[in-house]
Design a protein around this ligand. Structure first.
Ligand SMILES: Cc1ncc(COP(=O)(O)O)c(C=O)c1O
Length: 392
């Protein structure tokens, strides 16, 4: 028979992820291509203990249905953390739990976008967002992401000329570039948006992972009623729990709640209760500080090896936090060739191409520095340098 899939399925760019997973599981390949937090820093013992307590004391409740907005004590924990870390006046009523912050990308697009609506994002931009938004058939407009945030001239003209429903940005340690907006650019972005009907969608997947341990003030601080923030426990506790959140103004949350209920009723309640128990009985700040310090070491090592081993003309970003950086290859070297040759040499990187809506990124690669250990980073970068030298 002919499967008559909806036309929107044809709008999703062909996913590179299948190939990536295949490659990453080839024995002996050192992968800088994926986006996994370091497995060694998932507190399996602590989470096991929290789960044991939940089953013993409140198993019957935790295994029931719950409300769509999520477990209130967990939302209180998140709101309290915003107040304490960032001085944002968050309340639990402004927060809803989602199935990983990836679900926010789908549901925010679902409640705002009709086919042909304009969406703004950074260039390069997060691949998972491009995929999620594409299903709602918008027209993408991207703004170059400079070292300290979006190109403000391009940003201002996009907002003025196209009036996108929302602009999606990652001000803290962006995926794929690792770049962080300066304080000045955060304020400028808010000023440009103020008085327009464009929402700022602030994806804060990495805001806890600054190597210097200092939080950066979100754009939401400057533009509270026009900003939707998404956050996640994936990078700081465990991605397999699939627990993230949205922090948004009441009118947005009302629509979001309707869409979330229709999609899945609520996120995994058992995991929400276990996670809350874990957070209530463990020191998240200390855990995050430890993980950020390790990622900082990995990042520094990777930068040094890029500088020392790669042929002249190679450049790279200098992340202040997060899990990713981008390297630009010397003239004429194709990232797709580096990908396929790299696999033969035993190292996997992610070509930049899927991070660019409307083309670009052929000479860039994304490198992840959270998953591999130091020895693997050293060996993997030597392998990568051999490949790039051969192709240059
Ligand atoms: C920028 C960004 N946003 C969102 C996500 C989704 O993460 P999760 O659904 O695990 O919260 C990721 C995953 O890597 C990401 O890099």
């Amino acid at each position: 028979m002919e499967y008559r899939f909806s036309s929107r399925m044809g709008r999703v760019p062909e996913s590179f992820l299948k190939e990536l997973f295949r490659v990453s599981s080839v024995p002996g390949v050192i992968s800088f291509a994926g986006g996994l937090p370091g497995s060694a820093y998932i507190d399996v013992e602590g989470i096991r203990e929290a789960a044991r307590e939940v089953f013993a004391e409140e198993g019957r409740t935790a295994l029931q249905y719950t409300t769509t907005d999520g477990y209130l004590p967990l939302r209180e924990f998140i709101a309290d953390r915003y107040r304490r870390r960032l001085g944002l006046p968050a309340t639990p009523e402004e927060i809803q739990i989602v199935n990983g912050s990836q679900q926010c990308l789908d549901l925010v697009a679902k409640i705002f976008l009709d086919p042909g609506d304009a969406v703004g994002m950074e260039r390069p931009g997060y691949l998972g967002a491009i995929e999620a938004f594409s299903l709602y058939e918008p027209d993408f407009y991207s703004v170059p992401l400079e070292e300290d945030g979006p190109d403000l001239v391009a940003f201002a003209s996009l907002i003025r000329d196209r009036a996108p429903k929302f602009f999606y940005g990652i001000p803290n340690s962006q995926n794929p570039s690792g770049r962080t907006y300066s304080e000045g650019k955060r304020r400028a972005v808010a000023e440009i948006l103020e008085g327009t009907d464009t929402i700022f969608y602030e994806d804060d997947a990495f805001g806890e992972l600054f190597f210097d341990g200092k939080p950066r003030l979100p754009v939401k601080h400057h533009l509270p009623e026009q900003t939707v923030i998404s956050g996640s426990f994936s990078k700081i506790v465990a991605p397999g729990m699939r627990i993230g959140w949205i922090y948004a103004p009441a009118p947005v949350l009302r629509e979001f709640n309707v869409a979330k209920q229709a999609a899945d009723l609520h996120s995994n309640f058992l995991c929400q209760v276990i996670l809350h128990r874990y957070l209530a009985t463990h020191d998240l700040d200390a855990h995050v500080a430890r993980v950020s310090a390790v990622y900082g070491e990995h990042c520094r090592l990777m930068c040094e090896l890029l500088d020392d081993l790669m042929p002249p003309g190679t450049t790279h970003t200098n992340p202040e936090g997060g899990m990713f950086m981008t390297a630009a290859l010397p003239g004429g070297v194709s990232s797709m060739e580096v990908f396929s040759e790299g696999v033969r040499e035993g190292v996997a990187v992610l070509p930049g191409v899927p991070f660019y809506v409307g083309g670009g990124g052929e000479d860039t690669i994304r490198l992840n520095f959270s998953a591999a250990g130091e020895e693997e980073i050293v060996e993997g970068m030597h392998r990568l340098a051999r490949v790039v030298r051969r192709l240059a």
